[in-house]
Design a protein around this ligand. Structure first.
Ligand code: GLU
Length: 376
């Protein structure tokens, strides 16, 4: 069966620098055509996010920096100049199509540290709920080499899994994965589908990048691993055509990396199986019933909390009989949690002196043991 982007509901599109920026600057007509495609998906009820490269490539042209490798501080300065131009272009071009763009610049820690990860996830979710299109890039002007992704393929995969996207589209200057580099090897065979990224697949990807992007096939295959593990299907398709998403819709050649799970299940498996709990929340009977009915856990229904947890940590949920009922990521540090348990969520601001989340644990961040067994 032929897959297409519109089979999915939350779609993250990653755009490589070489597609967006040419010798004379931003390729505006291409971006306009892409925006038409995004508008069509949005009209069809899909939520879209864009991970856009191009800040360094664009900024270096604006600043008149010579071709060739840039020093870190030059790349950072170029990113600073390029990002502002890029954001403006997205705002204008999406705006002309009735779409509101919201910019998010992330660092590696924002995606790797759970405390910060939850914030970025929340912002993206809220933007999508409000009907806006998050436009995401790495915060290149502050990230230094040791602490940066450097390539937007892996960043795109982290963003997609973080946002619970069921599809990640990598638009690139190649149309997919081949058994060898097709420019060099006439026997290279195209792969339409990769169910799992095995060492053999990794070896095929090699490490060659193109002149302008930091990626290449290796980072794309790394991205596929992140995406598939997070329940996000990934597709690599050519961005070297006008209306590249429509082209995929119409069956253009591409490589699919289907995910076995949906993002919600993959996330729940991760929460229940991979994180070591650092504390516990004791629930009263009403709270247990509420979470069993699929609701979030509110502070009001918690009788006691223990441990040394911090916001974003995994904690155990314990019922009135002292049995573990499930696990999840807690939205407060133990200090604050102790102050607000048993209290109504409307009182949180007065008690803590700042507004916080209404839930102690969001339902997306919570897995009951009975459910965990069915996920395995
Ligand atoms: N974040 C970089 C930029 O916007 C691009 C990274 C990449 O080439 O993948 O310029």
């Amino acid at each position: 069966m032929m897959r297409k982007p519109s089979d999915y509901s939350r779609i993250c599109v990653k755009i490589g620098s070489a597609l967006l920026v040419g010798d004379t600057g931003l390729k505006r007509a291409w971006l306009e055509a892409l925006a038409d495609d995004l508008q069509a998906l949005s009209k069809a009820g899909k939520e879209v996010l864009v991970v856009s490269s191009g800040s360094i490539a664009l900024g270096r042209r604006v600043l008149g920096l010579a071709d060739g490798p840039l020093k870190l501080e030059q790349a950072q300065a170029a990113a600073s100049v390029g990002q502002i131009a890029l954001a403006q272009a997205y705002q204008e071009i999406l705006g002309a199509r009735g779409l509101t763009a919201g910019q998010i610049l992330l660092t590696l820690q924002d995606t790797e540290e759970r405390r910060r990860y939850l914030n970025a996830r929340e912002t993206m979710g809220t933007l999508l709920k409000l009907g806006a299109v998050p436009i995401i890039n790495e915060n290149d002007s502050v990230a230094t080499n040791e602490i940066r992704y450097g390539d937007n393929d892996r960043l795109g995969a982290r963003v997609a899994t973080m946002a619970g996207a069921d599809l990640l589209v990598l638009l690139s200057d190649v149309d997919g994965l081949y058994t060898a580099a097709p420019q060099k090897d006439p026997n290279a065979v195209f792969l339409p589908e990769v169910l799992q990224v095995t060492p053999k697949i990794e070896a095929m990807a090699g490490s060659a990048g193109t002149a302008m992007s930091s990626g290449g096939m290796k980072t794309k295959v790394d991205a596929a691993k992140i995406a598939q593990a997070g329940g996000t299907t990934m597709v690599i398709g050519s961005g070297q055509v006008m209306h590249p998403l429509q082209a995929l819709e119409d069956g253009a050649r591409c490589t699919w990396f289907p995910a076995a799970d949906c993002p919600a299940n993959a996330r729940k498996k991760w929460i229940s199986g991979h994180l070591k709990p650092t504390g516990a929340l004791h629930l009263d009977a009403g709270a247990l019933k509420a979470v069993q009915a699929g609701k979030s856990l509110l502070p009001a229904g918690i009788t006691r909390c223990e441990g040394s947890f911090r916001r974003g940590d995994a904690v155990r949920l314990v019922d009135c009989q002292g049995r573990e009922a499930g696990r999840g990521l807690v939205a407060y540090d133990i200090g604050e949690a102790s102050l607000i348990i048993g209290r109504n969520s409307t009182e949180i601001e007065v008690i803590l002196g700042h507004s916080g989340r209404a839930e102690m644990m969001h339902r997306d961040d919570l897995v009951l043991d009975a459910h965990a067994a069915s996920l395995a």
